[in-house]
Design a protein around this ligand. Structure first.
Ligand code: ARG
Length: 290
């Protein structure tokens, strides 16, 4: 039986005051389908409230007017409970200014900042691709994060990193096909990965909850666990039975406006408390299928 996650109590969120679909950088986005500002704010507030109701804490950062995707705060940087943070180096130019504001925020909040690159130099890293799970930091690479960034994470932080190659354009960040649920359970969508990484993934997750196509594309893996509560944008009856069977309380929220930009509950929330102690190895270690 798994233990509750050690992290996921403290989050950074970005208030969606300038959320629009201005550019298309994933298959869910269309400039013809704009979010409704009133509903957007209502849905975002319901997510923040659900986190607080579950016993979590939320820090709020204002959105830059020149960065419509900044609401997807999960990508601002990978933040650890011990005060280290690795800033994202965004793949696509329209998101790069977000890092200027994120860097300021992390510094002001006492984080020691690292980076894999910036200004077009060094590998891209987007923190929506990284989760502490089991004995390692699991990092998805391919569509956004580049393989080279995994070496930085391993050696700069002296941690064990396991890479998974994402091979599905609709699952462009790891937080779309992978969601840690407790210490042994994770929701996974294997078709998001190449064959070698699917095999690697089965070694990483002792108790996989394998999502159907419909569950994965309803963004069910883009959920967050806060204490005993799981906050989800969609949940099938089948998943509901599995998750409540693990003792979790389910909160299902309508986050439809954010799905227009290709993200949901997880993408909107950046955990600030990943524990690194158990994944620390001197010199770092990178394990990635060839
Ligand atoms: N439109 C954003 C992008 O393509 C969505 C980001 C979703 N965030 C996430 N953590 N998966 O970058």
């Amino acid at each position: 039986m798994g233990q509750r996650l050690e992290w996921g109590r403290r989050y950074l969120m970005v208030r969606p005051d300038h959320f629009r679909i201005d550019h298309v950088i994933n298959p869910y986005m269309s400039t013809q389908d704009q979010p409704d500002p009133v509903l957007t704010l209502k849905q975002w507030e319901s997510l923040g409230q659900a986190i607080v109701d579950a016993g979590g804490e939320v820090e709020v950062l204002a959105q830059r007017s020149d960065s419509p995707d900044m609401v997807y705060a999960m990508n601002l940087g990978l933040a650890a409970a011990d005060g280290r943070a690795m800033l994202s180096h965004m793949r696509f130019e329209p998101r790069r200014k977000e890092s200027l504001t994120a860097a300021e925020w992390f510094a002001e909040h006492g984080f020691a900042l690292g980076r894999t690159g910036g200004e077009g130099v060094g590998p891209h890293f987007e923190s929506g691709d990284a989760f502490v799970f089991g004995d390692s930091l699991v990092v998805g690479y391919g569509p956004r994060t580049e393989a080279e960034a995994l070496k930085h994470l391993a050696t700069d932080w002296n941690i064990r990193v396991r890479g998974l190659r994402i091979a599905h354009e609709g699952m462009y960040h790891l937080d779309l096909p992978f969601c840690p649920v407790d210490s042994t359970h994770a929701m996974i969508y294997p078709p998001a990965f190449d064959a070698a990484s699917q095999a690697e993934l089965s070694g990483i997750v002792p108790d996989p909850i394998v999502l159907t196509d419909a569950e994965a594309f309803a963004f069910s893996a883009n959920s967050i666990v806060v204490g005993d509560t799981i906050i989800m944008p969609a949940c099938s009856d089948r998943l509901r039975a599995i998750l409540t069977g693990l003792g979790l309380t389910l909160v299902v929220l309508d986050l439809s406006e954010f799905h227009k930009g290709g993200g949901s509950a997880r993408c909107l929330t950046n955990p600030l408390d990943f524990p690194l102690a158990d994944i620390t190895v001197p010199g770092g270690e990178l394990i990635a299928p060839a």
